[in-house]
Design a protein. Structure first.
Length: 105
């Protein structure tokens, strides 16, 4: 199983490439024409794909069709970390929303 490289430092500095909201409308991802909702949808689909891969490999491991158990362990860990990150981001978003709702006008 090949491990993909992290990438350049500029990719780490701006992982989503999101520009701030302007007076003309919502934030857009630079160069792709995608909005924030599209980026979130793509990220959630990615998490779902990781979970589906982990489920398929676990079935193969249980039936004895999987030759390398470490492939399942890696996929399960990736799915677990992605799910934990998604939950953490969701919790922060809910916390931010509640904070905004408490603000006085």
């Amino acid at each position: 199983m090949a491990i993909s490289p992290i990438g350049s430092a500029s990719a780490i500095a701006s992982p989503l490439g999101v520009s701030p909201t302007s007076a003309t409308g919502p934030a857009k991802v630079e160069g792709s024409g995608q909005g924030f909702g599209d980026v979130i949808t793509k990220a959630l689909n990615s998490v779902e794909g990781l979970q589906n891969k982990s489920d398929a490999l676990s079935t193969q491991a249980a039936t004895g069709q999987l030759s390398d158990v470490h492939d399942y362990m890696i996929a399960a860990t990736e799915a677990s970390v992605a799910t934990e990150l998604t939950v953490a981001v969701r919790n922060k978003a809910v916390e931010a929303f509640n904070e905004i709702m408490r603000m006085g006008v």
